[in-house]
Design a binder for this molecule. Sequence first.
Ligand code: DC
Length: 222
Amino acid sequence: MILSLIPVIAIDGPSASGKGTVAALVAEQLKFHYLDSGAIYRVAALAALRTGISLEDESALSRMAGKLDVSFKNGEIWLAGECVSMDARSEATGNAASKIAALPKLRLALLDFQRSFLGHPGLVADGRDMGSVVFPDATVKIFLTASAEIRADRRYKQLIEKGIHANLSRILQDLQQRDARDRERSVAPLQKCADASLLDTDSLTITDAVNEVIGRYQALRA
Ligand code: DC
């Protein structure tokens, strides 16, 4: 494996696997930068929905994505100076993001922006193609997953805790549909790349998963 000069921990996996929470905590503990690439796809989808660009118009979407004014501050997502965290995190935006994420030109338009997050002392990058496409020379590549039932149950509990009405079987159905779309697309499909190690979190707490990722990284750096 080629070690990049700046360490990169690439964490890929399906929706609601907990990888976002784990990746952010790993970044915090190591004092690394953090890239939530899913948030970038979500903001691109939100910008398209707001400006009325069709989710199938690949050229218009990639032009828009090339000049997307997105930034992250204090855990919040900003689009052109407006805090859009709530809208970006909604299920509707997630579904739209999954649709536009299948378009090769749009993915290409977002590549340099994602790579611009690389900086000293290191980066934790979370998404679907961090280890395969965006940072192929990552120091450590982890495919973090959990069964669809466990992921649906975690998402359900999160929503209920926030006082948001939720339906478990609907959530499971949506997750399975989104997984299928992310896995079956022809460009950068969601899959464990050959040099990634699997981390199944079905029976792990968040703290266990964070320690496991840091342990694997430290073992490779040693
Ligand atoms: O991780 P998330 O749920 O916030 O991602 C939203 C959508 O964006 C997801 O359905 C797939 C897409 N995505 C992607 O294709 N590639 C990435 N690196 C990150 C997200």
